[in-house]
Unconditional design. Structure first.
Length: 363
């Protein structure tokens, strides 16, 4: 008797339907709208940009809340103890984030700005862009990975553990890696930025999600409890897409004038960032496939390694080199490149979900 073919769920990841089907269109419109509005109404975006604490922008923070909250409700804190039985995805994430990604980013930055683009730039500008890219490459993603994981229907509990593990390592490893690659003796970690970001983007929505989940499932048997959670998250998931689109508008609005006045420099900085992003994703996704991890772990495992902690990177670049430095500009370009790139990788992951369905789960 032949073995039955594995079943592939053909629904869009996250079940958002219309919004998700046309997400790339909405984001494209948001990029154009943000750039135009930033150029036409710079005062409005300057006012929004000024609403920050320790380089953490509050309007963007609230929008990230909208994006991550549905996945936070899906997290079952009681099941986290089972994560240790599936260590492969976590191991891949940590190796990629801390043993590969910072060094490939440094190598690409040097290649392009000391060789490929060197004839077109002043040496001091080239060195500043290299520094900014190095800082960006050493800062792995935190909150936004919940958004990317949700769009691929990743394992919410596993994603939380991946983020938590990276945050713990970042406290100890970020400054030494940046100092080593930049060749400086001291790197001052902006602890206020780091702590406020983790608290605002991870701990607070996680606690709120746990409270809402408890209210939804109180007194219900397991199947009914899961159905109640699924119904609630299905109702609020469109808010995640609205939050994502609004975030894109704001981020590109903040840099509207820069995009129009320095397009060549931004294009140059984007080249190593694009190679890095797609290359790191390929390494992590390929490793997850070789390790035969389930898709719900493989997708967020690869996406968290590709994404960056842009608030931390921008804050460190400004503290080391100044607000108007080339290093700060490079980290900002990283922010602008990230959303469209990550959405393209989400789409690729969803299209290749079948690659993982034939592999048995981790032992």
């Amino acid at each position: 008797m032949s073995r039955p073919e594995p079943q592939v769920d053909a629904r869009p990841a996250g079940g958002i339907g219309f919004f998700e089907t046309w997400l790339s269109v909405w984001v494209g419109v948001a990029i154009l709208a943000g750039t135009a509005l930033g150029a036409l109404a710079p005062g409005v975006f300057a006012a929004l940009a000024s609403l920050e604490i320790a380089r953490v922008n509050l309007p963007v923070g609230l929008l990230i809340w909208l994006m991550v909250f549905p996945m936070m409700v899906n997290i079952d804190l009681g099941s986290l103890r089972q994560i240790g039985a599936r260590p492969k995805g976590l191991a891949i994430t940590l190796v990629v984030n801390w043993l590969i990604k910072p060094f490939t980013m440094a190598g690409l930055a040097v290649l392009f700005f000391e060789f490929v683009f060197a004839p077109f730039l002043q040496p001091q500008d080239a060195q500043a862009y290299i520094a900014g890219l190095i800082i960006l490459g050493a800062a792995p993603c935190t909150a936004m990975v919940f958004v990317w994981s949700q769009l691929t229907r990743g394992d919410a509990n596993y994603t939380l553990v991946q983020v938590a593990a990276n945050d713990v390592i970042m406290v100890f490893a970020f400054a030494p890696i940046v100092a080593l690659l930049l060749g400086v003796t001291e790197v001052s970690v902006p602890w206020s930025t780091l702590l406020i970001s983790v608290g605002l983007y991870v701990i607070a929505p996680l606690c709120a999600g746990a409270i809402v989940r408890h209210m939804l499932t109180r007194g219900l048997a397991l199947p009914d409890a899961e159905a109640a959670v699924d119904a609630f998250t299905a109702r609020i998931k469109p808010l995640s897409i609205v939050g994502l689109i609004a975030t894109v508008v704001i981020l590109f609005g903040f840099q509207g004038r820069t995009l129009l006045t320095q397009p060549v420099v931004i294009a140059m900085i984007s080249v190593p960032l694009l190679i890095q992003s797609y290359g790191i994703f390929a390494i992590a996704y390929g490793a997850a496939w070789l390790a035969r991890t389930p898709f719900s772990i493989a997708a967020p495992c690869a996406l968290i390694g590709t994404s960056n902690f842009f608030e931390l990177a921008v804050a460190v670049a400004i503290s080391l080199f100044g607000l108007n430095s080339g290093a700060a500009l490079a980290t900002v370009v990283g922010v602008l490149v990230e959303v469209p790139v990550m959405l393209s990788l989400v789409a690729f992951a969803n299209r290749t979900q079948g690659w993982f369905n034939t592999a048995p789960p981790e032992n």
